[in-house]
Design a protein around this ligand. Structure first.
Ligand code: HEC
Length: 139
């Protein structure tokens, strides 16, 4: 009888600690204000604008810019990625196709995926297609 009370006591403490940990995590996840949302949106739009500028500038070793072949980001169909790309011969992510164009038509060096310029280009291209349903793999 005493032993089972002890087991119950320990389980109860473990349960309460888990509940407290779960509550503190959920509070952390939802902890942001309208001010935060405004600030994050502003930061995102700054990166989108930077991407738009890059899309219309020469990024490689020649004077070619993305917009000479894709008038704007929407023409690059970012919502269809990842997909099989004939030029590369396998299923690729959007940034790999951007690098293919930087290396080939633009004769430049590929950007690492975490390069802020890559993030800006991807932000601009996907922002242009916001609201379009995702269609990975589509041709
Ligand atoms: C000289 C022309 C040319 C330039 C300049 C160019 N591209 Fe491309 N791009 C292509 C061709 C050709 C394809 C392959 C078409 C295909 O397979 O859909 C392509 C495909 C793409 C795709 C995939 C499109 C799809 O529908 O799957 C993306 C994304 C892309 N380019 C981004 C860029 C970006 C970003 C730049 C500038 C850094 C750029 N391109 C510059 C010619 C160009």
């Amino acid at each position: 009888m005493r032993k089972s009370r002890k087991v119950f006591g320990v389980s109860f403490v473990v349960l309460m600690v888990s509940v407290l940990v779960a509550i503190s995590f959920s509070i952390q996840a939802g902890e942001f204000t309208q001010e935060d949302l405004k600030r994050w949106d502003k930061e995102f739009m700054t990166v989108v604008m930077k991407g738009e500028k890059l899309f219309h500038s020469a990024l490689g070793k020649n004077k070619v810019s993305c917009d000479q072949c894709h008038p704007n980001g929407a023409n690059t169909h970012p919502e269809t990625y990842p997909k099989f790309q004939q030029q590369i011969g396998r299923v690729v992510a959007l940034f790999e196709m951007v690098n293919w164009c930087i290396q080939n038509p633009l004769e430049g060096d590929p950007l690492p995926p975490e390069d802020p310029k890559m993030t800006a280009l991807l932000s601009y291209m996907t922002y242009e297609r916001r609201g379009v349903p995702l269609a990975p793999g589509k041709h």
